[in-house]
Ligand binder design. Structure first.
Ligand code: ADP
Length: 468
């Protein structure tokens, strides 16, 4: 059944449901009809019996020995569809109407007993050959004495014929109604499911590699919502595949540059005999490029392990003001060559929860960038304050700055602005992506504000101890 299409399944379920309803409806109709017809027969028997009883009383129970007398006394007997019998108080038959031709229908024991109690009895009798009749045995009393039992009977054939006709109509009509409705259901299910086919076709084209495909929908119903969710999903998939492709291209490019430099320099050096000093220079330059490559590989490895959730972050109290002071000392060393000065502004005593080693890496990266992208003899200022239950660490430089468009990209993997490439050769473009990851895994965030040519400020927010 799981291979069968929804359309077929819907139609089958619909057909089965309708068939069940039809069966219940037909049975109820048959029962109600037969009951109503039986009631109608019983009423007419009762009316006839009452009329006959009245006549009997009027005639003061005189002897009706001739059928003609009987017919004269009871005009009701002339009714063709009924017959009459009059029994004596012992149940012996005294008179019966002429339309009882072939059969003698004796009084049953139960009807006799009921008559003695003064009660009327209804009975249905079926004769061999399939003829059924309905009988009413009605006691006629004089005072407390039972003088006669009047029996009125009628054939049930008209009722049976009517019921048979009803059964015939139901047997033919119900399956016909079910079949016609199933065709209707099949058609409607087809119409309702057509948009699903459209989605399937689009999904097939996407699966074949065309991620630009979208499902065109204008409706806001369930199918419309499914289509727009599907479109969103494909858009995200397309974006992440583009990102992965971009990432691979950037990674290869960043690794190829130092490799090309190393290869070129080595080949050049080997072309002729060189002095030991030249060899030394080439080897030193190669070592620098190898260092850069291994930094790229280390950082890439870190980021991919972070993506896989393999990097564990300690959750210990960290004395942030102390850490910031240590970073400042390292920044002074880093800035010595280009005479970049690193100073501390505000330094509030601060404790946060986290991984001291990772936080050190985060601040060192930011401060290293600030020194690296500063102009010669520039100043970097570090501030540590509290703001809205967070520790706020800002690193301000007056270096090359970042254009507004590039500010959105600086945290992307391998992003390096052209100005930055021209300013500082060293760099992998992965440092800020790592910083962002560290800040966010500490429930914090990192922001950048910058004016090109004037300087940048990187601000890191981390929850204070007790607030995380
Ligand atoms: P990189 O190794 O190139 O410094 P990062 O990920 O640390 O890589 O930084 C990404 C880019 O962001 C840099 O290449 C540079 O363009 C820009 N950037 C980062 N910090 C600064 C800063 N203090 N001043 C100007 N530009 C910066």
């Amino acid at each position: 059944m799981s291979n069968t299409s929804i359309r077929v399944r819907l139609t089958i379920w619909y057909g089965c449901g309708l068939a069940l309803i039809m069966i219940l409806f037909a049975s109820a109709l048959y029962l109600v009809m037969s009951r109503a017809l039986e009631d109608q027969i019983d009423h007419s028997l009762e009316d006839a019996a009452m009329a006959a009883a009245r006549s009997l009383e009027e005639h003061r129970f005189g002897p009706f020995l001739l059928l003609d007398d009987l017919a004269q006394a009871f005009p009701e007997l002339a009714l063709l569809d009924k017959f009459f019998q009059i029994f004596g108080p012992q149940g012996q038959i005294t008179l019966q109407s002429a339309n009882i031709t072939t059969r003698n229908i004796p009084l049953s024991e139960s009807a006799m007993q009921a008559a003695l109690q003064g009660e009327a009895t209804y009975e249905s009798v079926r004769f061999q050959g399939g003829i059924s009749i309905r009988l009413l045995s009605y006691p006629i009393k004089h005072g407390e004495t039972l003088v006669n039992i009047l029996r009125v009977g009628t054939s049930l054939r008209p009722v049976e014929e009517m019921l048979n006709r009803l059964v015939f109509v139901l047997l033919i009509g119900s399956p016909l109604a079910v079949i016609v409705s199933m065709f209707g259901g099949w058609f409607l299910a087809g119409r309702a499911l057509r948009p699903v086919d459209t989605i399937t076709l689009a999904a097939q084209r996407i699966a074949a590699g065309d991620l630009t495909q979208r499902i065109h929908t204008t409706s806001a119903d369930e199918i419309g919502r499914l289509a727009s969710t599907f479109n969103d999903m494909i858009a995200r998939l397309e974006a992440s595949i583009r990102q992965i492709r971009q990432f691979s291209a950037d990674a290869s490019h960043e690794l190829r540059t130092p490799l090309t430099i190393t290869k070129g320099e080595t080949e050049l050096a080997l072309r002729k005999e060189r002095t030991p000093e030249v060899y030394r220079e080439v080897l030193e330059s190669n070592l620098e490029e190898i260092d850069r490559m291994s930094r790229i590989v280390d950082e890439l490895l870190f980021l991919s392990r972070a993506d896989l959730g393999e990097i564990k972050i300690a959750k210990e109290p960290v004395q942030l003001d102390q850490l910031v002071q240590e970073i400042q000392h390292q920044a002074i060393v880093l800035g010595k060559d280009r005479e970049v000065e690193t100073v501390l502004g505000t330094l509030e005593p601060t404790q946060v929860v986290g991984d001291e080693w990772r936080l050190r890496e985060l601040f060192l990266n930011i401060v290293d960038n600030a020194v690296k992208y500063s102009r010669e003899k520039g100043t970097v200022e570090i501030n540590l304050e509290h703001a809205n239950g967070m520790a706020k660490i800002s690193v301000q430089d007056n270096g090359i700055g970042i254009s507004p468009d590039e500010q959105k990209l600086v945290f992307d993997r391998f992003f390096r602005s052209d100005t930055a490439r021209a300013h500082a050769q060293k760099g992998t473009g992965l440092g800020l992506a790592i910083c962002k990851w560290i800040a966010e895994t500490h429930q914090g965030q990192i922001q950048v504000e910058s004016t090109p040519g004037q300087g940048s400020r990187f601000t890191i927010f981390l929850p204070l101890l007790g607030q995380a």
